[in-house]
Write a protein that binds this ligand. Structure first.
Ligand SMILES: Nc1ncnc2c1ncn2[C@@H]1O[C@H](COP(=O)(O)OP(=O)(O)O)[C@@H](O)[C@H]1O
Ligand SMILES: [Mg+2]
Length: 230
């Protein structure tokens, strides 16, 4: 497998040079291979979400480098990052981040903007992915009318609609019962079999101990304290 992401000596300091300065990540180095499933674990506050946001080009490090294929994304201006984000990553958040007053279809169409595709093509792509998750019957329903499990499937459909190479999931099972957590694992397994690289932050052992996860980086106070490989 080829190297997809190479992180070297990453530091992230929030509110730098202010009284509430907070070092969230210290000296993180790691590599992620194309097609791998990697978990980030550690207690609350250990830096998982911060690291995911850096890997996913949602924010920039205070120092260190993040090589995504051929480009060092650590120093790119926001407008370039936004493009890379849209084209490379699909995000599944703990809170789903769905727009509750929009319909299922509208929520899943959102990541495809801005685009050179026509509205019709965008609708078609969103409908196709919703169909895969057996949500085709509820395209017009507002998200706030859905159950937790349905919302989760919408969130995953939205993460996948642009056919991203890398899926980033932050505590994706935090609000799910164990049955839905197993459903999610199955979906991730299918995606991984189709070649997607997956990075999951979780403190749910049923996720990070599953056979799907090939490598796990355990964080404490912003440092990697252990790497487990399968
Ligand atoms: N935007 C922010 N501003 C200031 N501090 C933050 C911010 N985001 C996270 N932190 C702090 O950074 C540390 C790591 O947080 P986080 O990455 O969210 O950890 P985890 O996801 O493992 O719970 C925590 O101490 C948290 O309070
Ligand atoms: Mg977190």
């Amino acid at each position: 497998m080829s190297q997809l992401i190479i992180v070297e000596r990453l530091h992230k300091i929030y509110h730098r040079h202010q009284p509430d300065e907070m070092t969230a990540l210290q000296d993180i180095s790691l590599q992620i291979l194309a097609g791998e499933v990697v978990a980030l674990t550690g207690p609350s506050g250990s830096g998982k979400t911060t690291l995911l946001s850096l890997l996913g080009c949602m924010s920039r490090p205070t120092s260190g480098s993040i090589q995504l294929r051929d480009s060092n994304v650590a120093k790119l201006p926001e407008r370039f990052l936004a493009k890379i984000r849209r084209e490379t990553f699909g995000f599944v958040f703990q809170q789903y981040n769905l727009v509750r007053d929009l319909s299922v279809l509208e929520n899943v169409m959102l990541p495809l903007y801005p685009s050179d595709q026509s509205l019709r093509e965008i609708k078609k792509a969103a409908t196709a992915v919703l169909d895969q998750f057996e949500l085709a019957g509820m395209l017009k329903k507002k998200v706030k009318q859905l159950s937790g499990g349905e919302q989760q499937r919408v969130a995953i459909a939205r993460a996948l609609v642009a056919d991203p190479e890398i899926i980033i999931a932050d505590e994706p099972t935090a609000h799910l019962d164990s049955e839905l957590a197993q459903d999610l694992l199955q979906i991730l397994a299918v995606l991984n079999a189709a070649g997607k690289t997956i990075v999951i932050a979780t403190h749910d052992p049923s996720i990070y101990q599953s056979s799907l996860v090939q490598r796990r980086f355990d964080l404490r106070h912003g440092r990697i304290v252990e790497e487990h490989s399968r």
